[in-house]
Each structure stands twice: as C-alpha cells, then as structure tokens.
Design a protein around this ligand. Structure first.
Ligand SMILES: *[C@@H]1O[C@H](CO)[C@@H](O)[C@H](O)[C@H]1NC(C)=O
Ligand SMILES: *[C@@H]1O[C@H](CO)[C@@H](O)[C@H](O)[C@H]1NC(C)=O
Ligand SMILES: *[C@@H]1O[C@H](CO)[C@@H](O)[C@H](O)[C@H]1NC(C)=O
Length: 389
C-alpha cells in the first residue's frame, strides 16, 4: 500500500473511532489469555467511556479475560449511554480465597444508562461450593457475580452469567432495569447460588430467560414494586420466591408484581411467598401469578409465613407481614408431592384477597391436595386440588 493510502486509512479509522467512541479493552491492556488479570484494563476502558460526553461503547473481543474483581462507578460519568458489547468470557479467580470475602465480583454502582449485550460472566465458584458442602465450617460467604447497585436505566440482553460463588445477579436499589434473553446457571447442588436477586428496586423486568441454579431462580427481597417477570424457564432450583421477607421489624413491602408464563422443571418450589416468623411491618400486595406450568415440582404453590429454619431467631412465632391480593390464575401440570397447594399464613395477620382460578395440578396421575391456614379469598374455574378456602 502506498504511504498516501495508509494515511487515508488512518484518517478513516480515527474518524470512525471518534464518532462512535469505541473503547476496546485490549487497547487498554486486557489480555485474552484467561490468566493475566485484566481488571485494571477494564476499569481504564470504563473511565474513558464514562468521561465521554456522548454515547460510548466498551468492546470486549473474543477470548477469556481473568478479572480479579472490578467495581464500575458511575458517580462522575459524563456519558449516560454506555454500551458494553461482549464477545468474550470474563472469568473470576477460581480459588475462593482470592475474593470469597468480598461481597461482589463485578459491581456497577450509581451508573445510569448502561447496557450490556452478549458475553459470559463466569464466577468459577466450584471450589467455594465444595468448601460449603464439606464439613469445614470456615468457608467465606462468597461473592455475587454481577451486582447493579443504586443504578438506573439498565439493560442486559443475551448475557450468560454462571457458576457464581453466591448469587449470580443482584439488582439492588435500582430503577428501570430490563433483563432479557439471559442464561443464568449454576449446578443444582451449589449452595446459595440464587439466579437473580432483586431488592429495593422498581420498574424491573426479567423476560425470556433460562435460569437453573442451586437456590431460587429468582428471589424477590423487600422494597420492590412494579416488577414484571415473563417467559422464564426455571430449573433446577428452588423456584421463584417472594422472600424471605420480614426479617426486620421495619421493612419496606413488595407490591405490584406480575409473574407470568413460567415453566418450572423439577424444582423444590414453584411460586412461593415466604416470610420469617418474626414481627415486621412489611407487606406483600397486588401480585399475579399467571399461566404457569409445573413439571414435577415439590411445592407448586406455597405461602409460608412460619419460616424459621432450625427454629432459631424467631422467638415470637409467626410472621406479621401482611399478604393481600395475590392471584393464582391458570396454574397446571404435575406436583412431585401430594400437597400441591400449601397456604400457611400468619395467625396474627391472616392472608386476605387470595384468588385461586383454574388450577389443574396432579400427582402421579392422581388428584392432589390443598391445605389452607389463616387465609381468606375466593376461587373460580377449575379447582384441582379441591378448594381449601
Ligand atoms: C405495575 O407495574 C407495571 C410494570 O411492571 C406498570 O406498568 C404498572 O403501571 C404498575 N401499576 C401500578 C398501579 O403502579
Ligand atoms: C387437567 O390436566 C390433565 C393432565 O394434564 C388433562 O388431561 C386435563 O384435560 C386437564 N383438565 C382440564 C379441565 O383442563
Ligand atoms: C388461624 O388458624 C388457627 C388454626 O387453624 C386458628 O385456630 C385461628 O383461629 C386462626 N386465626 C385467625 C386470626 O383466623
């Protein structure tokens, strides 16, 4: 090529880069060998994208990138439209001693307008699960793989998050978050590996995703409103749970939650609401569970307001979290136990406004049973098991 042609190529390249603001992590020193810690390189690319006054894209090419850990802070960002496009895999250290005592592996804090497309986040948690599953009782608590904290206007699409030491994804104190087309997985026997944990957030949607873990596929903590979950395949795992709630005496409630078109396969629970048997001013109201398929699920429909594992820390017995206006509509398939509907509410503050509509759950081709304690509401349509209200 002539020097002139090279010069023009250079011009085109640099002007392209200038217009679209692409920050390739490899240009900041990231190595795709899976062994060199690329945390600093990712943080440098983030700083550059964040300082941009227009929209910017961080690009992660194919390959494996070891990230010891990385906290992306958005507090001083100029840009409120940062896209992170990932073709590669981010790997956490596989030795749990490296970060097992830190809360998060990758954390986004106070960011606004961040979208992540594609890629794999691999928490490499196997050594910590083995520790927790052994008799050794001095294992660290473990990290959450991907945490969005106090952040707004977030999109995650087509991303795989797997094998975290603890929770795979946590959405905490956020507004307007869209998660779609995610694959979230950890082995069925990995402890505390909740798929997606949402708390103190509003306007979160989780759509068209496959989740299988050793704990809840999705867990919904205190202080959530306007949550929409649709098109989920869950299993293995403990199902989708609102709770545990009511640990604290003063606690914000959960309201306006829609969970629809979900298939649970071989999970311990299907749709669950669980509150600690302790005094609390928390509440759960205005929840719809709709079009749910159960395949061999141990507790397809369950409300447990007497949650107190090991009978510790619950001196007063019974929760005072108020549960009201919860609708179960078109829930069908197979239960792995005889009792397919178990609604065990608070003696002090019984559940009200519970609606059961079109239930068709069987157990080994036999009818199932329902059990209701301290609950009022109404039924309509098909009732298999028989109405217990
Ligand atoms: C309930 O949440 C949905 C989003 O999940 C929202 O569109 C709707 O406006 C909310 N309803 C109320 C009454 O806030
Ligand atoms: C209930 O489910 C069973 C088993 O899937 C099915 O054969 C039956 O037709 C269903 N009943 C109704 C009324 O939908
Ligand atoms: C709650 O259920 C228990 C056991 O069925 C019953 O004895 C009690 O009266 C109920 N309490 C209320 C407030 O309905």
């Amino acid at each position: 090529m002539s020097p002139l042609a090279i010069f023009f190529l250079f011009l085109i390249n640099s002007s392209l880069a200038a217009n679209t603001n692409i920050y390739n992590v490899q240009n900041y020193g990231a190595k795709s060998d899976g062994e060199t810690d690329s945390s600093e390189a990712f943080l440098s690319a983030w700083s550059a994208a964040c300082a941009s006054t227009s929209s910017s894209t961080i690009y992660v090419p194919r390959g494996n990138y070891l990230i010891r850990n990385a906290y992306f802070n958005g507090k001083r960002c100029q840009s409120n439209a940062i896209t992170i496009r990932i073709d590669g895999t981010l790997l956490a250290p596989s030795d749990y001693n490296a970060i097992g005592n830190e809360e998060n592996w990758i954390k986004f804090e106070k960011v606004n307008g961040v979208s992540i497309y594609g890629g794999t986040f691999d928490g490499q948690g196997a050594s910590l699960w083995a520790c927790k599953n052994s008799d050794y009782d001095d294992c660290p608590d473990g990290t959450t793989a991907l945490n969005f904290y106090k952040s707004n206007n977030i999109i995650m699409s087509g991303v795989t998050v797997q094998n975290s030491q603890k929770f795979q994804i946590s959405i905490d104190g956020c507004r307007n978050v869209k998660l779609q087309g995610l694959k979230v997985s950890a082995p069925g026997d990995s402890p505390n590996t909740d798929g997606i944990h949402v708390k103190l957030s509003s306007g979160v949607s989780i759509m068209k995703s496959q989740i299988g873990t050793g704990d809840d596929c999705i867990s919904i903590g205190p202080g959530n409103s306007n949550l929409w979950i649709e098109g989920i395949a869950c299993g293995p795992g403990h199902g989708i749970s609102i709770g545990s709630l009511g640990w604290k005496k003063q606690e914000s409630g959960v309201q306006n939650v829609t969970i629809k078109t979900v298939t649970f396969s071989g999970t311990t629970n299907g749709v669950r609401v669980k509150t600690w048997a302790r005094p609390s001013n928390g509440f759960v109201r205005n929840v719809l569970f709709q079009h749910i398929v159960m395949v061999n699920v141990k507790n397809p429909i369950i409300i447990d307001q007497n949650y107190c594992p090991n009978h510790q820390s619950c001196p007063h017995k019974g929760s005072s979290v108020k549960i009201s206006d919860v609708t179960y509509q078109d829930i069908h398939g197979t239960s792995a136990t005889k009792v397919a509907v178990k609604i065990d509410c608070s003696k002090r503050n019984p559940c009200s406004g519970i609606t059961l509509e079109d239930l068709n759950l069987s157990y080994n081709d036999h009818p199932t049973k329902a059990s209701c304690i301290n609950v009022s509401g109404r039924v309509s349509g098909l009732q298999k098991p028989d109405n217990c209200l």
